[in-house]
Design a binder for this molecule. Structure first.
Ligand code: AMP
Ligand code: ZN
Length: 183
């Protein structure tokens, strides 16, 4: 669940989605924005127009909306001319920012904003929940099964590992240099 909804910085996504200049595309159900601190060459966020705080607020009534969010992610990749790239789509298990949002991120992770081990692990471990798994969890349990706080902490502390090969970088500079070999 988002850690708190009261701090102004945590409302940043909602402010961005209300700024027409910052909106990539939208329809009656969702708004797609550019991530302000992109962790890859292309990094979008898909947010519902409905005021849903986070994954923990979802129930079975939201399954169609989740399917729509997933489709919107696939559509923005095509419409913005990125079909030649590979992408990952998913939700952070324990997000920082308010309002449910799905990351749509190109899997180069080639960005100066990607600085910390927890940034890396938030996209490359089970901390990153795929939309199909979120939907399946809703269908099966009526709510989204989210790793516990202790599990989230452990996932974010996972030793660095390349997402494309067996290389185990010693540190972030090593990882950042290594992943360029896959771009
Ligand atoms: P998380 O809550 O962990 O899923 O990540 C929130 C994402 O929002 C991060 O990737 C940030 O770079 C991004 N972000 C933070 N503030 C803003 C903002 N005002 N507008 C757009 N993206 C933002
Ligand atoms: Zn590698």
């Amino acid at each position: 669940m988002a850690k708190s909804t009261n701090n102004s910085w945590q409302q940043g996504l909602v402010r961005t989605m209300k700024n027409p200049k910052a909106v990539v595309t939208s329809d009656d159900l969702v708004t797609v924005i550019n991530d302000l601190y992109p962790k890859a060459e292309v990094h979008f966020l898909v947010l519902p127009k409905e005021n849903i705080s986070s994954l923990t607020a979802l129930n079975q009534d939201h399954i169609d909306l989740l399917r729509h969010i997933e489709r919107a992610g696939q559509t923005v990749i095509k419409e913005e001319g990125h079909s030649h790239r590979k992408f990952k789509m998913g939700f952070h298990a324990d997000p920082n920012m308010y309002r449910l949002h799905m990351h749509v991120i190109s899997d180069d992770f080639n960005s100066t904003c990607l600085k910390h081990k927890k940034h890396w692990n938030s996209f490359t471990t089970d901390f990153f929940l795929k939309p199909e798994d979120v939907i399946e969890s809703l269908e099966t349990h009526g709510k989204v099964r989210i790793p516990s706080p202790a599990e989230c902490k452990a996932l974010l502390a996972t030793p660095l590992k390349c997402h494309k090969c067996d290389h185990r970088p010693r540190n972030m500079p090593d990882l950042k240099e290594h992943i360029l070999s896959h771009v």
